[in-house]
Design a protein around this ligand. Structure first.
Ligand code: SF4
Ligand code: SF4
Length: 295
């Protein structure tokens, strides 16, 4: 990668942000955040948040205290575990108390572990100060568009100020919050990665624009992930036949964006309770019932 030296320094042991590190360092996610505050057309709530994860089996939901216990258990078995993320199964910032309590407990018990979270961005501006206060050093925002008309094709509604706001109007608020949150994080020196889900015929032609804008605003890495449209995991807003991008479509778009931006190419779209090196998932070794027995 061509990351600037100061950022390389910060991410050298983060498996998601450094191609070299992902062979040597492990990460884990804890599934503490069940609720979500928007609806993505590609989401099937029976599974984990599709913005970070592959549709699969839903993760075992943990309380913040259980999550902290699990982190300590994993850290004792996998010493290369350097990063703990909250990535779902819903949106971490739609469950701020659960998410921040988890971070607080882990920071108190295992201060060397880096914290990260991923979010759709709707509640990001309101939480930036708390994110900074807890020393969260990496945030991933899923930004699928910067144009409300494109957004209306992706997000049927958002939940905002106790009301459901539909269509382009809702998408406009979401986009505004995402961009504002991105700027606020960058101002505070927190690293921001942007995830985008490539949806053929919906936002594929638009993502180069997204890449350009988020780079201008200071995101350090752009991760374009393929929509995973599998019949058994639901269709894209009921449109039968919404296809996933092919591997070569995806690569062509990543190449196209790479003129402007550092692209992440080794994302494995991990589950909200993934454990281990990228590409391996040892989550089943660390379910809560097994952790209780480790003591
Ligand atoms: Fe589903 Fe994630 Fe979108 Fe929320 S942000 S609707 S959990 S894909
Ligand atoms: Fe890293 Fe991608 Fe997995 Fe998130 S989903 S932990 S960015 S490899």
């Amino acid at each position: 990668t061509h990351l600037p030296e100061a950022i390389r320094e910060k991410v050298h042991n983060h498996p998601c942000y450094s191609e070299e590190a992902h062979h040597h360092y492990a990460r884990m996610h804890v599934a503490v955040a069940p609720a979500c505050n928007i609806q993505c057309h590609y989401c099937n709530r029976k599974y984990d948040c599709a913005n970070e994860s592959r549709p699969g089996v839903v993760s075992e939901l943990l309380s913040p205290t259980q999550a902290a216990k699990k982190v300590l258990a994993v850290a004792s078995q996998i010493p290369q575990m350097t990063v703990l993320g909250v990535a779902g199964p819903g949106d971490p910032l739609a469950n701020p108390e659960r998410t921040f309590e988890t971070f607080e407990e882990i920071a108190a018990k295992a201060p060397d572990i880096k914290l990260c979270l991923s979010t759709n961005g709707l509640n990001l501006p309101d939480n930036v100060d708390r994110i900074a206060a807890l020393n969260v050093d990496h945030v991933t925002i899923t930004i699928n568009c910067v144009d409300p008309e494109v957004g209306a094709e992706i997000y049927p509604w958002i939940f905002w100020n106790n009301r459901r706001i539909r269509g382009a109007k809702g998408a406009k608020i979401l986009i505004r919050q995402q961009q504002k949150g991105l700027e606020m994080l960058v101002e505070r020196g927190i690293l921001v990665k942007v995830n985008s889900v490539m949806i053929p015929g919906v936002n594929d032609a638009h993502l180069k624009e997204v890449s350009k804008i988020v780079k201008q605003k200071g995101a350090f890495l752009h991760n374009v992930m393929p929509l995973i449209a599998e019949a058994e995991h639901g269709t894209f807003y009921g449109v039968m036949g919404q296809r996933s991008p092919t591997a070569s479509d995806l690569q062509a778009l990543q190449d196209d964006c790479s003129g402007d931006m550092n692209m992440m190419r080794h994302c494995r779209q991990c589950r909200a309770d993934a454990v281990g090196l990228l590409g391996e998932d040892r989550g089943q070794e660390f379910t809560m019932d097994k952790i209780e027995h480790m003591e």
